[in-house]
Design a binder for this molecule. Structure first.
Ligand SMILES: [Cu+2]
Length: 284
């Protein structure tokens, strides 16, 4: 009796202690930071419970292994009240902690929510991520830039990734940044995040979509602000088509990317990166 109460007290103190110690995990983005922190918090709760249950189980098996005449447990109101309250506290903690993370726009972004500032601000980055069988078409509608299967993002800037599909259901997934979203034809699902650490992150399709599903890779590059601006400028100058723009640097600088139709005729590239200007316009 006393022992059980000690165990419960020990369990609750362990949980309280775990909460007091804030984990200093490396955050690649605001989204992954929130998710990893919650994961760790729940682990701190789960480990003592697992240990408690296992210890009681092993103790019982050893203690009563030679008992041919087991007696039923008598009613013990105090014990029952204790474990009911302890369970309620644990469940309440798990519920509140999970809700706090799930309701955060960096984890669940609600397009038409009244609470948050309406959509991306003037300095925020907007990327359209369009999936198709089998690849990705990333466009920056505000910059009139198309970047194929690569997304370049500025570090520390709010980013809105609008995920959609051209044909069947796909899914946009970048595990190391804590990003995952369904890509559904005719629908636009938005991810909001802030990349915090520079580096190259692997993304892929996370919804089986046909023979070449496993080839649906893309790359997310997080770079410092100035490097991002430089990259955008380069993309505009080359008009989004691999090699066409660079030879005639003079003409392209003034015209922006829209004249690239000429480049396509001579080049004849048929890679996914090459998109007719009409499609880029559709992205807007
Ligand atoms: Cu896919």
């Amino acid at each position: 009796m006393k022992r059980t109460r000690y165990a419960l007290v020990a369990l609750l103190s362990a949980v309280t202690l775990a909460l007091a110690v804030e984990p200093a995990a490396a955050q690649t983005s605001t989204s992954s930071g929130l998710i990893n922190e919650l994961n760790l918090k729940l682990l701190y709760v789960a480990i003592p419970i697992t240990l408690l249950v296992e210890v009681i189980l092993i103790y019982t098996v050893l203690k009563f292994r030679n008992n041919p005449d087991p007696k039923p447990t008598k009613e013990n109101r105090r014990l029952e009240i204790t474990w009911t309250i302890a369970t309620a506290i644990i469940l309440l903690f798990v519920g509140v902690a999970s809700y706090g993370v799930l309701a955060d726009p960096a984890v669940t972004y609600m397009e038409d929510s009244q609470d948050q500032e309406a959509g991306p601000g003037p300095n925020d980055v907007v990327v359209n991520a369009e999936a198709f069988q089998w690849g990705w078409e990333m466009t920056y509608p505000r910059e009139n830039v198309t970047s194929g299967a690569t997304i370049v993002l500025p570090q520390g800037q709010d980013v809105y990734i609008q995920v959609t599909s051209r044909d069947v259901i796909h899914a946009f997934h970048v595990p190391d940044l804590g990003l995952k979203m369904d890509a559904i034809p005719g629908e636009q699902n938005t991810i909001m995040t802030t990349p915090l650490e520079t580096g190259e992150y692997q993304g892929y399709c996370a919804e089986y979509c046909g023979v070449s599903h496993s080839q649906m890779y893309f790359t997310v590059e997080v770079v410092p602000q100035d490097q991002y601006q430089q990259w955008l400028q380069e993309q505009r100058n080359s008009g989004g088509d691999g090699d066409g723009g660079n030879q005639s640097a003079g003409g392209n600088q003034s015209a922006g990317g829209n004249q690239s139709a000429d480049g396509n005729q001579s080049g004849g590239n048929s890679s996914a990166v090459n998109v007719p200007p009409a499609l880029v316009a559709l992205g807007n």
